[in-house]
Design a protein. Structure first.
Length: 505
């Protein structure tokens, strides 16, 4: 195998370096924002790019909500089982599921090899979620075989504990932990020229001793590049959803379980200017001939000026636009989610709203530092529904400290608001490194007597542990009731206007 031939300045002057972007993210029905955000600065700097997406070769992306079939109901019961008889198998089943679902198939490897054989790329950039570990090993091996340097990035690689597990994969030249919007062209240039990368903040290599120092958060100035989705197969998707972010991070940011506020691009809360967001909405709508937008903000009402501004101006910028967003129903003060604001949001095109109920128990919400009140969430779901907006919520099951009484409170809340909910997403509590829960468990383990055999798996940024709530039998019965109730709600048919946003948020 010959060594990689770095490009000289003269070679770059004569031919723009060719960069392959590999999309190991989870979005299937709309373009990947991360890839679009990498594409623009590279194109602006004069690079040639191509995008390779495994989703085009048989890997199905994760939907945020799956269709509620009987089989799905049974699988959910097994997944959430707390019976000692089944629980042992759960972890094994989950591992198996990951291996099968995100495996690297022969067809995928062949398709990737074909792409590498057809074009002489100068560098490969991979944006990856952690589930794709096996697949990444295969692709990186192929990159190595073709002598092409490969830079890996993704939401979790700002964390040293995670990055250390991935840094030695053969074929991975370096890992980038941070936001690449403004720095990527320079990093790539040094890469294709075979230069040392250690002066770039956030670049991790085994031999760079500063392993673990993520790049500082990017300033979201008005020259933030507008993502380019030209390489996405728009014709395959009837709803033509355009992803956008009006800000990064969460204005609340205290929920102990939350990993949204620990990832590379959302570690701190920053909002963009209203003018730049409206300009992006207009440009993208014209470019991709669509008025359907999905806001990827952790919570779009984090910046109330942005929230009200969008409500006021969206239709003036793109008449007939439809959009979907996630919000935080804060327990105190103004949160932009009063009845009149929600009616105005509907008039502005908001058709699906998602929020984290997490639990119908005020006690548990406080334990999670959720910062909300059950009373306020009650008013919110009613008002949003009555405004005509499709309401979706998420619930966490198994947060350490949860009891049967907490689950009963959640069941009571869902029952009482059943007619207002279109979709409810149940998730098993996941301990994630870097979260408030991680820090609290490390400093005050005695606060979590129901958690035993705790063990981190940094490769996938999760933990294995046993959660034993008091009154286990009663807890299990309540959990089964909750699963059944959610199953019934999720079988509801949706109003036409919300259909296009189902499964995406
Ligand atoms: S409000 Fe949402 S995004 Fe913000 S910290 Fe809580 S869970 Fe995370």
């Amino acid at each position: 195998m010959s060594q990689y031939e770095p490009l000289s300045d003269e070679a770059i002057r004569q031919r723009a370096p060719r960069i392959l972007l590999v999309d190991l993210n989870n979005e299937a029905t709309f373009p990947t924002l991360a890839i679009g955000s990498l594409a623009t600065p590279l194109l602006k700097a004069g690079y040639q790019i191509e995008v390779f997406s495994p989703l085009a070769y048989g890997i199905t992306a994760l939907s945020r909500d799956v269709e509620e079939t009987l089989l799905n109901y049974v699988l959910t019961r097994v997944h959430f089982a707390a019976s000692p008889l089944i629980e042992w198998a759960n972890e094994w089943l989950l591992q198996l599921y990951y291996r099968v679902r995100f495996r690297s198939t022969r067809a995928m490897a062949d398709a990737f090899q074909k792409v590498l054989d057809e074009t002489a790329f100068d560098a490969i950039l991979v944006s990856s979620y952690l589930q794709y570990h096996q697949l990444l090993i295969t692709l990186a091996g192929q990159a190595k075989g073709a002598n092409i340097p490969l830079l890996l990035g993704g939401p979790y690689f700002n964390q040293k504990s995670v990055t250390e597990q991935w840094i030695d994969i053969p074929g991975v030249t370096a890992i980038f932990g941070g936001e690449a919007d403004f720095v990527l062209p320079d990093i790539v240039r040094d890469m294709v020229q075979g230069r040392d990368l250690k002066h770039h903040p956030g670049v991790f290599k085994r031999e760079i001793t500063v392993l673990g120092q993520a790049a500082p958060p990017a300033m979201l100035t008005d020259d933030l590049p507008i993502p380019n989705f030209d390489h996405f197969a728009w014709d395959k998707h009837p709803h033509r959803l355009i992803p956008i972010m009006a800000g990064r991070g969460c204005g609340w940011g205290h929920c102990l379980f939350c990993s949204d506020v620990t990832t590379a691009s959302t570690r701190t809360f920053r909002s963009r200017s209203m003018a730049s967001v409206l300009r992006e909405i207009q440009v993208q709508s014209e470019r991709y001939q669509s008025g359907n937008f999905i806001f990827f903000d952790s919570k779009l009402n984090s910046d109330l000026a942005m929230w009200y501004g969008l409500i006021e101006q969206f239709q003036a910028v793109v008449p007939g636009a439809r959009w979907v967003a996630s919000v935080h129903v804060d327990g105190k003060g103004e949160n932009g989610l009063d009845r009149e604001s929600l009616k105005a949001a509907y008039a502005a095109g908001l058709r699906r709203i998602s929020f984290g109920l997490e639990s119908g128990s005020q006690r548990l919400n406080q334990l999670m530092r959720k910062g909300t009140s059950v009373e306020r969430m009650s008013a919110f779901v009613r008002d949003a529904h009555e405004a005509g907006i499709s309401v979706r919520t998420t619930i966490i099951v198994g947060y350490p400290g949860e009891t049967a009484a907490d689950l009963d409170a959640t069941i009571g809340f869902i029952e009482a608001h059943r007619q207002y909910f279109d979709r409810v997403k149940l998730s098993k509590f996941k301990a994630i490194p870097g979260t408030g829960f991680d820090q609290r468990l490390a400093s005050k383990p005695h606060k979590y007597p129901s958690v035993t055999r705790f063990q981190w798996d940094y490769l996938l940024a999760r933990a294995r542990f046993v959660f034993r709530p008091p009154q286990l039998r009663q807890y299990r019965r309540s959990k089964a009731r909750l699963i059944k109730l959610v199953h019934r709600i999720n079988r509801k048919s949706l109003m036409d206007e919300a259909q296009q946003f189902n499964g995406v948020m």
